[in-house]
Design a protein around this ligand. Structure first.
Ligand code: ADP
Length: 190
């Protein structure tokens, strides 16, 4: 199995790019944000716990998302691999992912990082708010907290994966098609 990590700040276009990647490379798209929003919509206990944290722009506890990922790995069959979107988001999650994969002597294939500057994060999220209506996209304070959470907790993963020789960065400021072409050029190598 191949394990690609789609990395980047909120609003970088991970979800947008993921949908064409999964078709082209026969991958299962796992977005922890989407899985959590489904739990919230279903009104589950887990969803209830996650909602206040997501609305505040904070992260949900590592164990929750790690459990979700592990159960997807266990149950999804018939694909060439997985495209992880929004996971891992902390170094603890990255270490947990390594441990999960080590159980079957597997490892992360590559990290595909889509980078955009902070000003563009805000523009993109505001634009998305008007289309998708996500509660955490509509509030300025929540957006600021998400950007801060990204820099504090998630950005250290760049160094984590660089040290393993798995980190590949792509300029995410172009059009959807331009960014897609760059991602394909990279993923074709694996
Ligand atoms: P974005 O597209 O803005 O990056 P996501 O849909 O990936 O947002 O995630 C939305 C929210 O869900 C995050 O702000 C966070 O609260 C929560 N979340 C998603 N993935 C994780 C994760 N791996 N660890 C902790 N919290 C997460």
């Amino acid at each position: 199995m191949k394990y690609f990590i789609l990395f980047g700040p909120p609003g970088a276009g991970k979800g947008t790019q993921a949908s064409s990647m999964v078709e082209k490379y026969n991958l299962r798209h796992i977005s922890t944000g989407e899985l959590l929003r489904k739990e919230i919509a279903a009104g589950s206990e887990l969803g209830l716990k996650a909602k206040s944290l997501i609305d505040a722009g904070a992260l949900v506890p590592d164990e929750i998302v790690e459990g979700m990922i592990e159960s997807e790995f266990r149950t999804v069959k018939g694909v060439a691999g997985f495209l992880l979107d929004g996971f891992p988001r902390t170094t603890a999650q990255a270490a947990a992912l390594d441990d999960m994969l080590a159980k079957t002597s597997e490892e992360v294939t590559a990290v595909v990082s889509i980078m955009i500057p902070d000003e563009m994060i805000r523009e993109r999220i505001k634009h998305r708010a008007s289309i998708e209506g996500r509660a955490d996209d509509a509030n300025d304070e929540t957006i600021s907290n998400r950007i801060k959470t990204y820099h504090d907790k998630t950005e250290p993963l760049v160094g984590y994966y660089k040290a393993k020789g798995k980190y590949h960065e792509i300029d995410g400021t172009g059009t959807i098609e331009e960014v897609r072409a760059k991602i394909c050029d990279l993923m074709d190598r694996f």
